[in-house]
Write a protein that binds this ligand. Structure first.
Ligand code: F6P
Length: 504
């Protein structure tokens, strides 16, 4: 049986499969990729123009070709302020002006009990993940405000938040790149109504409302004061926007220095991604290992399992990053692609072991896994060392079991093995390493896009459903039970509307 070791003949060898960047170790030993296969992968990466792509990405070239603009989220974490030019204009003065405003706001907020952050997709996942993850950092300096994230149009989420928040000491941040997203604008209106219901005056409401957007006129039209609007720009994709003022909650809750640490971790990975040769480049190696498994084993899914409860939101953030960026059937030139993003899923280990690991070990699909582990425990409980040892031993054991499998006479007890995985080991989990981790995966997504020749920075596939929802909503609002199939509504949906509208 072939096993997923770099040197399959020797189970006891320690293959040279580790790579380090920014003190983060990537171990690809269980990918089952031989040295010769790695060489071929790097040849392929060069032939696909990955090196030129990386240079173009950081140089502000219009790599988002369908929307004719750059993807320069890296400028948002360019703490050294090295000039970054878009069409001849340095964007860094505008970026650092926003940093100054964020810092000033952190120092200004007093007596705030609740923050309601309203946004969805890329305007939600990044800050939500960071707020959750950093809350686990032992001894982190937190202002202790209740941070509420309101994304869903489902009023259940709204009601739950409003039941907990204190209206007169609440601040509201409306986060939307476009400021046209229905969920966000309707939820923002609902929260303003709630403030009014609690007798907040027009002046109080205006003082409570903040916006983060690339559409300043729309935020103003909504009633947000000009100096409460934090801009970001069309060259920042929504799912890449946590580094902008979209990450404001991080600074407000944990302080501007912590926000800067978060940016610094990402900047460190960017510098590595930009400068390291492909053979030592972590995002590139991670991308190539996934490509290898696609080409060799036709894998359809990929799991990211952080063995850190703090990172439970990480797979959800990653799903949007990977699948919205690279879940496409055509390449940059409109031609069909052979490969694009696999389905991405995951959740914190060891919980995940008690859920879908059965399938990972014995199911018919091979699903490559990224195990993410943190060397230091994230608690100062007396039990922390012992528990953390068990957490890590589970992580290592799962990877080994998946790689080697196990023979048995009873077919039920057979583990086929040959199931590839990476191990990503962070020295600790704080704002710096969280920033680094997210930037690693952002740069992996960009590299995969380059390898597949996909534009990773647009998302045309999210539009059609929104268009169809409009006539359906109108039909639901009509209460009619005799809707017929039409150009906009087919027979199945018409029947469903009639059923929903019937009072029975
Ligand atoms: O789901 C589509 C999408 O456009 C995402 O790309 C984006 O993160 C989200 O909606 C929210 O968009 P906005 O920030 O413009 O409200």
């Amino acid at each position: 049986m072939q096993t997923y070791l770099a040197h399959p003949t020797n189970r006891n060898s320690t293959p040279n499969s580790t790579h380090t960047a920014v003190d983060i170790v990537l171990d690809t030993a269980y990918q089952g990729i031989s040295d010769r296969q790695w060489q071929k992968l790097f040849i392929k990466a060069r032939a696909s123009g990955v090196e030129q792509f990386i240079a173009d990405l950081f140089a502000g070239k219009h790599i988002n070709n369908s929307e004719d603009r750059p993807a320069l989220h890296s400028a948002l974490r360019n703490l050294t302020k090295t000039p970054v030019f878009i069409d001849g204009k340095d964007v860094m003065p505008a970026v650092s002006a926003v940093w100054q405003r964020i810092e000033a706001l952190c120092n200004k907020w007093v007596g705030v009990t609740d923050v309601i952050h309203i946004g969805i997709g890329g305007s939600d996942f990044g800050p939500r993940l960071a707020i959750e993850a950093l809350a686990y950092v032992p001894g982190i300096d937190s202002r202790g405000m209740r941070m509420h994230f309101l994304a869903n149009i489902d009023t259940a989420e709204l009601a739950r938040i409003l039941a907990r928040a204190q209206p007169h000491s609440t601040r509201v941040i409306i986060v939307s790149k476009s400021f046209t997203t229905l969920e966000t604008t309707m939820n923002a209106t609902a929260v303003v109504n709630w403030l009014k219901e609690h007798n907040c005056t027009t002046g109080q409401i205006a003082r409570s409302l903040f916006a983060v957007t690339a559409n300043i006129p729309a935020a103003q039209a909504f009633g947000v004061l000009e100096d409460h609007i934090f801009p970001f720009w069309d060259w920042v994709g929504g799912r890449y926007s946590v580094w902008s003022a979209v990450g404001l909650p991080i600074a407000l809750q944990y302080g501007f220095d912590t926000f800067k640490d978060f940016l610094a971790g990402a900047e460190a990975i960017d510098l590595h991604f930009k400068n390291a040769p492909l053979e030592e480049n972590l995002p590139v190696i991670m991308a190539l290992s996934l490509l290898f498994q696609q080409e060799q084993h036709k894998i359809k899914a990929h799991a990211a399992i952080p063995y850190a409860d703090a990172l439970d939101w990480f797979p959800k953030w990653l799903q949007q990053l990977d699948m919205e960026s690279n879940g496409k059937s055509i390449d940059r030139d409109g031609k069909p692609v052979k490969h694009s993003s696999p389905v991405v899923f995951g959740s914190a280990g060891s919980n995940a072991q008690h859920s879908y690991f059965q399938l990972l070990h014995q199911g018919t699909e091979i699903i490559p896994i990224d195990f993410i582990a943190v060397r230091e425990p994230m608690s100062d409980r007396p039990e922390a060392i012992a528990h953390h040892r068990i957490l890590l031993s589970n992580c290592l054991a799962q990877a080994q079991a998946l790689a080697h499998g196990r023979d048995a006479t009873n077919p039920n007890d057979v583990y086929p093995g040959n199931r590839p995985s990476n191990l990503l080991l962070l020295p600790k989990l704080n704002a710096f390493y969280l920033g680094a981790l997210l930037a690693l995966y952002e740069n992996r997504a960009a590299t995969l896009g380059a390898l597949w020749n996909i534009n990773s920075f647009d998302q045309p596939g999210v539009e059609y459903g929104k268009i169809l929802a409009k006539p359906i909503e109108k039909a639901l609002a009509s209460d009619a039970t005799n809707i017929h199939a039409s150009v906009e509504i087919d027979a199945v949906t018409a029947a469903r509307i009639n059923f929903l509208n019937s009072k029975i």
